[in-house]
Write a protein that binds this ligand. Structure first.
Ligand SMILES: Nc1ncnc2c1ncn2[C@@H]1O[C@H](COP(=O)(O)OP(=O)(O)OP(=O)(O)O)[C@@H](O)[C@H]1O
Length: 716
């Protein structure tokens, strides 16, 4: 339906229900409560409008975002009660005249006009970001949060049992106080006084013990859930395809796994426990209050509308801002992370000041959002406190009248007032915590976004043949990176890597050599053509099997912050020290490792920062060789080795050729010269292929590459 008709429906509902609400409430309420009536009519009108909005939004298009429409409904509904309350201070006679003229066309006209003006102002001041989550997402996150707690249902039942027990114990005390008041007033049997005192003492002790057990079980369960959630999150992040990591910053991911889970866990531990605690109290208090006076309780429930609606409306903007603040913090973290990981580059360009300014400008953005967040937080706090106070005053006022009319006994009144005081403070606490709980839901939304993300990977293969030959074939492969779909990195590329041979891939920078490697490593899927291993598409092979059979050594290998032995045996589980040593010897790494203080147990520092690039390359080569791969890919893997070291590594690789297929990528033409077959890649296409001698005789691109390198050597 057209948004205009949606608004018209809302208007019709308002005009139709307003007289009914007014006459119903003025009929059931005592006539001596003139100031309460407009507020109850206003709140009931608001309730109707918001419920109608909810129903309409399911089937029809809304002209504005629902949060904004909720705000406009609040303005429309509360304008008259505010006006009548203010008028009563100055001119009580006029306010009495206004009491029953809600549906007068002049009043309606002014209400709608002022709401329209406030809508224009709000629209200008608070443009609603499209990135913000709407209420449905929050409800979904709440459902997911509950699903997280499901496996611990037994523990929560125990918590609930002790919670009821301790709350009941605490709430029984006012009832005994009421009995004692009656005893004092009527001077009954003295033994009933002693019984009441003993019962009160026993109930207090039992309630304290129950609370202790309840807290212990609850907090232990919550810390268990926290570590379980972090585990699940890291699993789902690691499951994602490479494109996800290409398009999501490390700072963002780190922020989800650390900051967001901590915020969620803290809120769940402290706020949720309080929320449960006070909610249980609220239920029990209401039960006791109904037992004491149905009328007074009915009045209390009517006023409850204020305390439910106000935080809902004030909390919406606060929650949206909280999401933006977290995003901005994550952006600032990303800058810091980037700076720390590129420390050497920063220092070598003396750009410390530049990096500081970049970080500070991001912090400035966060600060601006924080200021807004603080403002909304304060507004929501004031709104919550005010509504709590209004509730307290209203209940005391009406309760006092019932007592003076003799409808409630003296003892019951004392009990009711004590219950009512506890009830108001419980409502107050619930209101105070409401924004925090919403903040936790805000954090959990982003966590669940990652947890529920289905990796865009082809279905897992099962092939794991024991006798793999290692023939690789590229058949008319065309590929663009998903993050740059308009740029073709490989165009109709076809070649074969035969087993027992070294095939070299050469070409100028950005020709697409590493792209070939990334496709071979199954980081991406080609859009056209096929890549086969022993005649079968790569996707049909079992992932673990494939990773063991195909090993890559890249130009800038990354090592983990553990010992050299652990780095060489990375991902292999239990392997003998002897085989680690053998792999290191083949990769010409054994000598420099033996010279280190703790030999193979020496730590390499974060990202292998304590080793030179040449040493890192040899350790990475040993790591690849230890797996005894059928296909070995060397992507400029020996570029930082000296001539002697490179020769040793090359000899070792050529000696073990019978066991494997080798793809060698190098910018050093003398390394390539020895290969059995050479492929020349230019602009994502294979332009030449053959042996060194054949290609040199052709005097094509390969020959030019040689000439370039030869002339640069001569110049040097
Ligand atoms: N992850 C990526 N996302 C988007 N584009 C990429 C990505 N990796 C590489 N490219 C682009 O693909 C093209 C080919 O890059 P590639 O790294 O394969 O070239 P190369 O021949 O290995 O270069 P070099 O010899 O300098 O390492 C380049 O234009 C590069 O910018």
């Amino acid at each position: 339906m057209n948004p205009f008709w949606t608004l018209s429906c809302l208007f019709a509902i308002d005009i139709a229900t307003l007289p009914l609400i007014g006459s119903f409430l003025s009929h059931i309420l005592p006539s001596d409560l003139p100031l309460i009536l407009p507020w109850l009519v206003g709140l009931s009108r608001l309730l109707f409008l918001i419920l109608s909005l909810r129903v309409l939004s399911r089937s029809f298009r809304l002209p504005f975002h629902r949060d904004h429409l909720n705000l406009y409904c609040t303005v429309l509904s509360l304008l008259v009660p505010i006006y009548i309350s203010l008028t009563s201070l100055v001119n009580p006679h006029r306010s009495a005249n206004l009491l029953y003229s809600w549906t007068h066309w002049v009043i309606l006209f002014w209400c709608y006009l002022l709401t329209l003006i406030s809508a224009v102002v709000v629209h200008q001041l608070l443009p609603y970001s499209t990135e913000k989550k709407d209420a449905e997402v929050t409800a979904a996150s709440l459902g997911r949060l509950i699903a997280l707690l499901k496996p611990y249902i037994f523990r929560f039942l125990l918590v609930a049992f002790f919670l009821v027990l301790s709350s009941w114990g605490e709430l029984a005390l006012p009832s005994y106080t009421g009995h004692m008041t009656d005893w004092i007033a009527n001077k009954k049997d003295p033994s009933s006084f002693t019984t009441a005192i003993i019962a009160m003492s026993l109930i207090t002790v039992a309630s304290a013990v129950a609370e202790f057990v309840c807290d212990c079980i609850y907090f232990m369960t919550m810390s268990l859930i926290h570590s379980h959630t972090q585990g699940l999150l890291i699993r789902s992040v690691l499951r994602q395809e490479i494109t996800f990591f290409d398009s999501t910053s490390t700072g963002d991911i780190t922020s989800r796994v650390t900051t967001d889970t901590i915020t969620m866990a803290e809120s769940l531990s402290s706020n949720l426990s309080l929320l449960m605690w006070y909610f249980m109290r609220l239920v029990l208090l209401l039960t006791y209050m109904v037992m004491l006076s149905t009328k007074l309780t009915f009045f209390t429930i009517l006023c409850l509308g204020i305390v439910i609606l106000v935080p809902k409306l004030s909390g919406t903007f606060y929650q949206n801002l909280a999401v933006q603040v977290q995003q901005s913090l994550s952006n600032a973290n990303q800058v810091a992370l980037e700076t720390f990981s590129n420390m050497k580059t920063v220092k070598s360009f003396a750009n410390e000041e530049g990096e500081c300014q970049r970080y500070e400008s991001k912090l400035q953005e966060t600060y601006q959002l924080n200021k807004m967040e603080a403002l909304y937080y304060a507004i929501s706090m004031v709104a919550n406190n005010f509504s709590g106070l209004a509730l307290k005053v209203g209940i005391l006022y009406y309760g006092g009248r019932l007592v003076t009319n003799g409808k409630v006994s003296g003892g019951d009144l004392v009990s009711f007032v004590l219950y009512e005081l506890q009830f108001s403070s419980a409502v107050e606490v619930l209101l105070r915590m409401y924004p925090d709980v919403r903040k936790a839901v805000g954090s959990s939304e982003k966590i669940f976004e990652y947890m529920d993300r289905i990796p865009k990977l082809p279905s897992a293969g099962t092939l794991a043949p024991p006798d793999l030959k290692g023939v690789i074939q590229f058949k008319n492969v065309t590929f663009s990176f998903p993050t740059r779909p308009d740029m073709t990195a490989l165009q109709d590329v076809s070649f074969e890597l035969p087993p027992g041979k070294v095939t070299a891939l050469v070409g100028p920078c950005d020709a697409g050599k590493s792209t070939v490697v990334q496709l071979l490593m199954r980081f991406y899927e080609p859009q056209k053509g096929a890549i086969l291993l022993d005649g079968k598409p790569l996707s049909q092979y079992d992932n673990q099997y494939y990773r063991k059979k195909v090993s890559l050594v890249s130009q800038e290998p990354t090592l983990s912050a553990c010992s050299l032995q652990d780095n060489i045996a990375y991902g292999m589980g239990n392997v003998s020290f002897r085989s680690v040593q053998e792999a290191a010897k083949t990769a010409d790494a054994h000598d420099f490792i033996s010279e280190m203080a703790n030999s193979y147990q020496t730590g390499v520092g974060p990202k292998g920062g304590l080793l030179s690039v040449g040493q890192k390359q040899r350790v990475a080569l040993a790591r690849a060789l230890l797996r005894k791969p059928k296909v070995l890919i060397l992507d400029d893997a020996t570029s930082s080795l000296d001539v002697e070291s490179e020769l040793k590594v090359q000899n070792a690789i050529y000696d073990q050729l019978a066991e494997r297929t080798v793809l060698l990528i190098s910018h050093r033409m003398n390394t390539v010269q020895r290969a059995d077959h050479i492929l020349v890649l230019e602009g994502g296409c294979i332009t030449e292929e053959g042996t060194h001698e054949q290609l040199m005789a052709q005097k094509g691109s390969y020959w030019k590459l040689w000439q370039k390198q030869f002339s640069s050597f001569q110049r040097e």
